[in-house]
Design a protein around this ligand. Structure first.
Ligand code: SAM
Length: 280
């Protein structure tokens, strides 16, 4: 197998720096550099972009992103044991890698990034969904990022791309698909990671749309969707009772049947309902 750069193989890096994976940090490392380069390619053309990477660990994906031509990578890593290994990568790619030690949930990366910006990460599973929801619900749209290329547990990836009528369809699908194109670009078995997690994984690629697919106020849409899926087995007229006293009329005005259930309603229907609810 040819290497993508002149740095040592990742197994050697892990041994040299004694980077035994810690479960508490969601550490399941990708050690195959051809695979990390493949994931990096799914992020698209990075030659004119800054790339934000969360949780670089020993740097497999970081090396993929740099070898595939990212203009600059900003990597945020919570585990300080990984910093020496990441410093070696920074030396091999002068001026193109900045590493910040800390918790990605607490750090605002924007001060360190120059647009256009892409995000790519093999996310720690425990913080992955929270970060995704934050990136999908910024105060302004379009967001600070052009695309997200993210590894998730396969079940979470399926919830992001799910269509109406399926069990996986819910809040995450609506949030992702309202203002982005989302698709699964790669499936990975547990054995692709060291140590292998219990479940399969998948890489999801999301591209930000310039404008939402259908008009709606983000806060109202979020409230309606949250209430509808909180009681997904109930008919909309009872699941949404607390949203408006005349909910049946509003559902009908939005072209929806009050007896339908949340998982049958397409994105367009939720947006129409959010517009009806926003009317005084
Ligand atoms: N990107 C590496 C790879 O593909 O081999 C490591 C992926 S591992 C699944 C997740 C990484 O995220 C670990 O290196 C872990 O230390 C780091 N991490 C966990 N929680 C974090 C947080 N809140 N902020 C930043 N990094 C975090």
């Amino acid at each position: 197998m040819t290497s993508i750069d002149t740095l040592p193989p990742l197994r050697e890096v892990i041994n040299t720096h004694d980077l035994k994976a810690r479960k508490s940090l969601g550490q399941n490392f990708l050690l195959d550099l051809n695979l990390t380069a493949k994931i990096a390619r799914h992020a698209g053309d990075m030659s004119e972009c800054d790339v934000l990477e969360i949780g670089p660990g020993p740097g497999g994906l970081t090396r993929g992103l740099l070898a595939e031509g990212a203009r600059h990578v900003l990597a945020i890593e919570k585990d300080k044991r990984c910093l020496p290994a990441l410093a070696e990568i920074a030396d091999a790619y002068p001026g193109r890698l900045t590493v910040i030690e800390g918790d990605a949930l607490q750090i605002d990366p924007l001060a360190h990034l120059t647009p256009p910006i892409r995000i790519a990460a093999n996310l720690p599973y425990n913080v992955g969904t929270e970060l995704l929801v934050r990136w999908l619900t910024p105060p302004e749209w379009p967001p600070f990022w052009q695309s997200l290329t993210l590894m998730f547990q396969r079940e979470v990836a399926e919830r992001i791309v799910a269509k109406p009528g399926s069990k996986a369809f819910g809040r995450l699908a609506l949030l992702a698909q309202w203002r982005a194109d989302a698709r699964i670009v790669l499936q990975l078995p547990p054995e692709a990671f060291t140590p292998p997690p219990k479940v399969s994984s998948a890489v999801v690629h999301l591209t930000a749309l310039a404008e939402p697919r259908y008009p709606a106020d983000p806060d109202v849409l979020n409230r309606v969707v949250a209430a509808a899926f909180n009681q997904r087995r109930k008919m909309l007229r009872s699941a949404l009772k607390g949203i408006a006293p005349d909910i049946e009329d509003r559902l009908l005005a939005a072209g929806l049947k009050p007896t339908d259930r949340a998982e049958q309603i397409p994105l367009e229907g939720f947006c129409a309902l959010a517009r009806e609810i926003a009317k005084v």
